[in-house]
Design a protein. Structure first.
Length: 488
């Protein structure tokens, strides 16, 4: 066979395979868009008739443990703990896990909240690094607060497990101590658990957004603003698309792939029986959810995971390429690690939707997507060099993919805005929609590059370090309001 003919056959096969791959992915996005729109509208209609005061006063309201690991958060720890203690819910506790901080975080909390060391019935159902001390407040105003001081576990997962061990209630919310929660976060997350009598709700999640440039006062969000910096603004679009369209769509068919580590509520019994968070995992939040689903299927528990389209948590997004790259490489490494550890689930009909939808989608359209895109770039460079490219077809394909991507992002932004009026000015909405035009050519290549880097680190078992993500601190020093900015 001549070399030219061989190249043509390879090219035809590759283009055909990519065509099928891309078409399938676009159809999935279209389906998720339809499901998401239906789910958001239905949620909005039902939620408008809910009297949350009945939930607050009901004796059936379940107790909730709010767990927040903290490592070297001295700059904002006091205000953040105060905000957690002032959530709008009748029956909850706050557990701050001081994960071996080397700054004065613990000392500040001891002074501010009148903490004293206590004997505590700590039940170590999940193995963690040693617990040094447990503190409670001598001030009745802070009786909800528990501080767990432990040896650093080098992972949020280890600190989260310690918080679960110390928790008193049947459900726990895991969040980050530097995240900003809506006052009604617990009420909103617990409602799906109380509404569904047919399925056991093992986890609920909600929309996350960027806190960058937003106005924060006394630990609570006062005004949501589109991030001023370009990189966080791209992340804002990505988060809206992922949560409002993606996870809401998956929630309709009970195929939610993960609950964000920034904010999620979990059934404690199922989480513990599934083994808790894995400190060795680079994607511990998603890995826990997969194991919880696997456990439920193995023990024939009729489970469900729910997502609600309301923004209940704001988190700082990396504002520099250096910090962003570390974050995304870690996420990609975590995905590769998870797929390898749970490879027996992929296309396994014994695990129902988990085996036939969730895991195959994660493998084919999440794990492989950056590889397919990288190979596509290489392929087109080669055929351009060989003068074998069909320019009419290539340009048509590029225009179609580009406009489709913009359409999906714009629809996500508009659906979110029409439903919840997150942004207060038309200029902010227009700015966000215009930014979507540059996402594919500016931001998306970064995702592909750092995903490939994450896979390389996984295959080479390379050591990963997060580095520091310094925070400006909101409401610091008596200021009425500050903007949140992430720097490296």
């Amino acid at each position: 066979m001549k070399t030219g003919t061989y190249i043509e056959l390879v090219g035809e096969f590759y283009e055909g395979a990519v065509f099928v791959y891309g078409t399938t992915l676009l159809l999935i996005y279209a389906l998720l868009a339809v499901l998401s729109l239906s789910a958001v509208r239905r949620f909005q209609k039902l939620d408008s008739h809910v009297d949350y005061s009945l939930l607050l006063n009901s004796k059936l309201t379940p107790g909730i443990s709010v767990i927040a690991p903290a490592f070297n958060e001295s700059l904002t720890i006091i205000e953040n703990v105060h905000s957690l203690l002032n959530l709008n819910y009748p029956k909850y506790e706050v557990i701050i896990v001081n994960d071996g901080s080397t700054d004065d975080s613990l000392e500040k909390m001891v002074r501010e909240f009148d903490l004293v060391e206590v004997d505590f019935a700590y039940n170590e159902r999940l193995k963690t690094k040693p617990i040094k001390r447990i503190f409670k407040s001598s001030n009745p105003a802070y009786n909800k607060l528990t501080i767990v001081d432990k040896v650093n576990g080098k992972a949020k997962a280890d600190a989260s497990n310690a918080g679960i061990n110390a928790s008193s209630f049947d459900y726990f919310i895991c969040t980050d101590v530097d995240s900003i929660l809506d006052r009604d976060t617990i009420m909103k997350l617990v409602k799906p658990v109380m509404d569904d009598s047919k399925k056991r709700i093992i986890a609920t999640g909600a929309t996350l957004r960027m806190a960058n440039s937003c106005v924060v006062e006394q630990g609570f969000m006062q005004r949501v603003v589109v991030p001023n910096q370009l990189l966080p603004r791209f992340q804002e679009i990505e988060y809206i698309r992922s949560f409002v369209m993606g996870k809401m769509g998956w929630s309709v068919i009970n195929c939610v792939p993960n609950v964000s580590g920034g904010l999620g509520m979990f059934d404690k019994e199922i989480a513990i029986n599934a083994g808790g968070y894995d400190p060795q995992s680079f994607g511990e939040d998603m890995e826990l959810v997969i194991r919880m689903m696997t456990y439920c299927i193995n023990y024939q528990i009729n489970y469900a995971i729910r997502y609600i389209p309301i923004t209940l948590c704001w988190t700082e997004g990396p504002a520099t390429i250096k910090v962003y790259g570390r974050q995304r490489a870690r996420w990609a490494r975590g995905l590769a690690q998870l797929m390898w550890q749970h490879r027996k689930l992929v296309f396994n009909p014994n695990y129902g939707r988990l085996g036939m939808i969730v895991m195959p989608y994660n493998f084919v359209f999440e794990l492989l997507a950056p590889i397919v895109e990288a190979l596509g770039i290489i392929y087109y460079i080669v055929i351009i060099f060989l003068d074998a490219i069909n320019w009419d077809y290539a340009i048509l394909l590029l225009v179609f993919v580009y406009t489709y991507a913009i359409m999906i992002s714009t629809l996500s932004i508009l659906w979110d805005q029409i439903t919840y009026q997150t942004y207060k000015t038309s200029r902010e909405i227009i700015t966000l929609c215009l930014t979507a035009f540059f996402e594919m050519v500016v931001y998306h290549p970064l995702i592909v590059f750092y995903s490939i880097k994450g896979y390389y680190n996984f295959l080479g078992n390379r050591k990963h370090t997060w580095g520091n993500m310094q925070r400006q601190g909101f409401g610091q020093g008596g200021a009425r309001a500050r903007t949140v900015t992430a720097t490296s």
